[in-house]
Unconditional design. Structure first.
Length: 283
């Protein structure tokens, strides 16, 4: 058995080629294209006739052909009503059709959700539900059925990664986290813009666990110091027993921010609540 070599603390064993550190000491990947579409466009422009996709025993596509055919897929999706940020299930075997569906979705402004062709129907339904097709705030069904929409977002915040991982597995996981975070942010912006749009029939309000209750500018909102509510927003969402006092604080915070959002944006005529559900605990 070969001897085991200890790696000194403070030194990463992974290569740092293509990574630089900024003035604040945070590492960044160098020369990354802004988006996936920019990455593909760069290949189309630099080597359009090189093979981009090879399906064994079937079609082969150059980058020029891939761009052209994926553009037609994107046009069809947009014509069918796909909007920016919508999620699209892609259920094809690995091959040219899958690649065209993926890139067509990206070009149309959607987010592709891969569905295994071998999955049973209950598994497919779970993936579609868990993947948020079309969105990950759970809005698609209620948006089509109801006019007044109240959205409570307890989602976590993506933290900066001061030491980017260099192995493919953890790097891929980080990429998925970034994609999910960006889609959620995009959906939130679309939601609020729809509420503000006089030509949209929907009304309602949005509040999140990181909302600053002072932003509602209600003189009689329940007292919730922002530093205290930000502390609550750091609460892990793991399935384990929660301290009773912490649970009461979370309930009080949810009650207060819900009240402020609804009285500000949905029904200003509602009476101010008498206090927190757990008045001795507050937030």
């Amino acid at each position: 058995m070969p001897p085991v070599t200890a790696i000194p603390r403070g030194r990463s064993p992974f290569p740092t080629t293509g990574v630089s550190r900024d003035a604040n000491g945070v590492l960044h990947y160098d020369n990354l294209p802004p988006t996936l579409l920019d990455m593909l466009a760069e290949q189309v422009n630099s080597r359009p006739d090189s093979e981009a996709v090879i399906e064994l025993g079937a079609d082969r596509l150059t980058y020029r052909q891939l761009w052209s055919r994926a553009s037609r897929v994107a046009g069809g999706l947009r014509a069918a009503g796909l909007e920016r940020g919508d999620r699209v299930a892609v259920r094809y075997p690995a091959g040219v059709d899958w690649v065209l569906a993926f890139w067509g979705t990206v070009m149309a402004g959607g987010v592709a959700v891969a569905v295994n062709t071998r999955s049973a129907q209950p598994e497919v339904e779970f993936v579609l539900s868990d993947g948020g097709v079309y969105d990950n705030l759970g809005l698609e069904t209620v948006w089509k059925r109801y006019q007044t929409i109240l959205v409570s977002d307890g989602g976590g915040k993506l933290k900066p990664e001061e030491e980017p991982k260099h192995d493919w597995a953890r790097h891929a996981y980080r990429v998925l986290e970034v994609i999910d975070n960006q889609v959620r942010s995009l959906r939130k912006r679309q939601l609020i813009e729809a509420f503000k749009n006089p030509n949209d029939q929907h009304d309602g309000t949005y509040w999140g666990i990181r909302t600053n209750i002072a932003d509602y500018q209600l003189p009689d909102s329940l007292p919730c110091p922002f530093e205290r509510t930000l502390e609550l927003a750091q609460t892990p969402t793991r399935l384990k027993r929660m301290d009773a006092r912490l649970q009461e604080r979370l309930i009080n915070w949810g009650y207060a921010v819900c009240d402020a959002a609804i009285r500000k944006h949905v029904n200003p005529g509602l009476s101010k609540p008498g206090g927190f559900p757990y008045p001795k605990t507050e937030v």
